[in-house]
Design a binder for this molecule. Structure first.
Ligand SMILES: NC(=O)c1ccc[n+]([C@@H]2O[C@H](COP(=O)([O-])OP(=O)(O)OC[C@H]3O[C@@H](n4cnc5c(N)ncnc54)[C@H](O)[C@@H]3O)[C@@H](O)[C@H]2O)c1
Length: 250
């Protein structure tokens, strides 16, 4: 129950899905958590739900568009002002699209790159100063199995998630001496609203293919992210953590 006691975490895209599951688990492990999202109402509701369950105001919701540096600065300020500092960043916000190479418009490309790739860089950039003041920290960048392997579509998504993998390693090398650890997480198909756009037939095909024969849950991923956020992973940095039911082992 105390794996994050005394730590402060900032989670992007925390209104729903995996980000919300991570906020809930982190809070139950003693962390104070700021969740940021563009879905302001839902983000507030998620914070209220977790605070109600815990019985204390340990989660704050803020408006955060990950493509905007000013929003990141305000989110970090909230961590420092309300909770005394920042130890953990989960760069979780992301958008998914299945368009193939020629079907991807420039507008779509730019929006996916801005949120999934630029957003991760900006998050790290705006958080390291506060972590340095605490003498270290842990950054978890949510990539995907789509950042490790290709497929017949989702071109921009693959490109951005692959970039997150190497942004992670570059930051891990740069900030290791300051005890700021940086790791990437690579989920397979996780049952959240993000994958509602995948046709049902394709989802059952995947389920029959995955060695563990099921989709992952947001809670499955949250447990791995908790490990990386906590001191249990104190010698892990610059590494890729795959959580896909065995999909990429095939
Ligand atoms: N669900 C999957 O199968 C799967 C698989 C691999 C990786 N992922 C990755 O996991 C992460 C979480 O996805 P999820 O499954 O919880 O999906 P989700 O769609 O439920 O959650 C994503 C959240 O990000 C928020 N968001 C979108 N644009 C934003 C922006 N500009 N600024 C701030 N917040 C923004 C959304 O409002 C939403 O709350 C994403 O990075 C996604 O790419 C998901």
């Amino acid at each position: 129950m105390d794996r994050l006691r005394g730590k402060v975490a900032l989670i992007s895209g925390g209104a729903r899905g995996q980000g919300a599951a991570e906020a809930k688990l982190f809070a139950s492990e003693g962390a104070r958590v700021v969740i940021g999202d563009v879905r302001d109402d839902l983000c507030g509701e998620t914070a209220n739900l977790i605070n109600g369950a815990i019985g204390s105001a340990v989660v704050r919701a803020v408006h955060l568009d990950v493509t905007r540096a000013a929003d990141w600065r305000a989110a970090v300020d909230t961590c420092v002002r309300d909770f005394g500092g920042l130890d953990i960043l989960v760069n979780n916000a992301g958008i998914f699209n299945m368009s193939g190479l020629e079907d991807t418009s420039e507008e779509l490309w730019d929006s996916i790159v801005n949120i999934n790739q630029k957003g991760v860089w900006l998050g790290m950039k705006e958080c390291v100063t506060a972590m340095r003041r605490r003498g270290g920290g842990s950054i978890i960048n949510i990539s995907s199995v789509a950042g490790l392997t290709g497929s017949t579509g989702s071109t921009a998504y693959h490109g951005t998630k692959g970039a997150v993998r190497l942004l992670t390693k570059a930051a891990a090398v740069q900030y290791g001496p300051e005890k700021i650890r940086v790791n990437s997480v690579h989920p397979g198909i996780i049952n959240t609203q993000m994958v509602d756009i995948i046709p049902e037939a394709m989802r059952s095909q995947f389920q029959n293919l995955v060695p563990l024969r099921r989709e992952g849950t947001a809670e499955d991923v949250a447990k791995l992210v908790l490990f990386l956020a906590s001191d249990d992973s104190s010698y892990c940095t610059g590494a890729e953590f795959v959580i896909d039911g065995g999909l990429t082992a095939i």
